[in-house]
Structures are given as structure tokens and as C-alpha cells.
Design a protein around this ligand. Structure first.
Ligand code: IMP
Ligand code: MG
Length: 173
């Protein structure tokens, strides 16, 4: 049986997301588009956009779906675009949002794609950063929590498609 031990509780996540929105608002003003990476970022993004609204920001919201993981805990090392954004980001400023930056391949892949589409400026934001796992040169502009090399689930993040529904973030033992 897999067991999950709590790493960040609901209240702690909510406080951090609120602060993260303030950090973003201090740097980005005016029109911009948020591009969330599915599926992992959906819960984080839902909370983040409402926290951004409280700072007075009104971003448009798009999603892109990329896949790098199979059903296990190890990334395949190859990133595929599974679903593209429909909106035109040419000439627009974009905040790319993901759940975790691990090897960095997914975020780099998505950022390059947005660059190719002609985005005027791209910032990146992740809830969790595992710097010890990085394999490519990729640093997120806004980071919720820096964590060790542990496999986490919950708050949108899965293990073999399970656990996304958990309201907290836990470590799978
Ligand atoms: P990267 O391309 O290796 O940086 O991986 C990024 C993606 O891998 C994230 O968006 C997650 O979906 C997934 N991932 C990385 N670490 C974990 C984890 O600890 N638990 C679940 N998914 C993870
Ligand atoms: Mg993901």
C-alpha cells in the first residue's frame, strides 16, 4: 500500500499562493495571458488567478497540455505537446504556470514553444521547485516552495493519475 505523508497543508498553501500573487503583481502589470500546463497545474492555477484578482490583475487564461511522465515516478525524459493553446499569444506577455519544475524539460519545452509563437515576454511560475533534480538550464521566475528530491502528490499533482484531488500536498512513501 502507498501511504502519503503531509508536506504542505491547505492553510500553508493558501498563504503562499497569496504571497506569490503579490510577488507577481509587483512585477507584472497591465494585460497578460496565463498559460497553465495541464493537468498538474489546474488546482494551483485556479487558486492563483483568484489571488491575482485580489491584487487587481485581470489575466486571460489559456491551457497547454504536455506529457513527460508515464504512469511511474520517473520522467520519460521526452516532452510531447498533447494539446495546444487556441488563443494567439503573438506580441502578448505571458505567465507560464506549472505545478513542479523537476528536470526542467517541460517548462523549457513550453517556454520555447511560446517563444516560437511570438510571445513578447515570458515569465514562469511554479508551485514547487526541485532544484537538485535539474537536468536542463531552467529557472522559474516565481516559485512557491523549494523542496527536496521527494515524490509529491495532491493539489493537482498525481502519481499514476491518482491523488490529484487531495487538498494538501503530500509525499508518497
Ligand atoms: P520536468 O519536465 O522533469 O521538470 O517535470 C515536470 C513535470 O513532471 C511536472 O509538471 C509534474 O507533472 C511532473 N512531476 C515532477 N515531479 C513530480 C512529483 O514529485 N510528483 C508528481 N509529478 C511530478
Ligand atoms: Mg505536469
Amino acid at each position: 500500500m502507498t501511504s502519503v505523508s503531509k508536506l504542505f497543508g491547505e492553510a500553508e498553501i493558501a498563504r503562499r499562493v497569496e504571497d506569490l500573487a503579490a510577488e507577481i503583481a509587483a512585477e507584472i502589470s497591465g494585460d497578460f495571458v496565463i498559460v497553465g500546463l495541464l493537468k498538474g497545474s489546474f488546482v494551483f492555477l485556479a487558486d492563483l488567478v483568484r489571488a491575482l484578482d485580489r491584487t487587481g490583475l485581470a489575466p486571460r487564461i489559456e491551457f497547454m497540455r504536455v506529457a513527460s511522465y508515464g504512469l511511474g515516478k520517473e520522467s520519460s525524459g521526452k516532452v510531447d505537446l498533447v494539446g495546444d493553446i487556441l488563443d494567439d499569444v503573438g506580441g502578448r506577455r505571458v505567465l507560464l504556470v506549472d505545478d513542479i519544475v523537476d528536470t526542467g524539460r517541460s517548462l523549457l519545452f513550453a517556454r520555447d514553444l511560446l517563444k516560437d509563437k511570438g510571445a513578447a515576454r515570458i515569465w514562469t511560475c511554479v508551485l514547487l521547485d526541485k532544484p537538485s533534480r535539474r537536468e536542463v538550464d531552467c529557472t522559474a521566475d516565481f516559485v512557491g516552495f523549494v523542496i527536496e528530491d521527494v515524490f509529491v502528490v495532491g493539489y493537482g499533482i498525481d502519481y499514476a493519475e491518482g491523488y490529484r484531488h487531495l487538498p494538501y500536498i503530500g509525499v508518497v512513501d
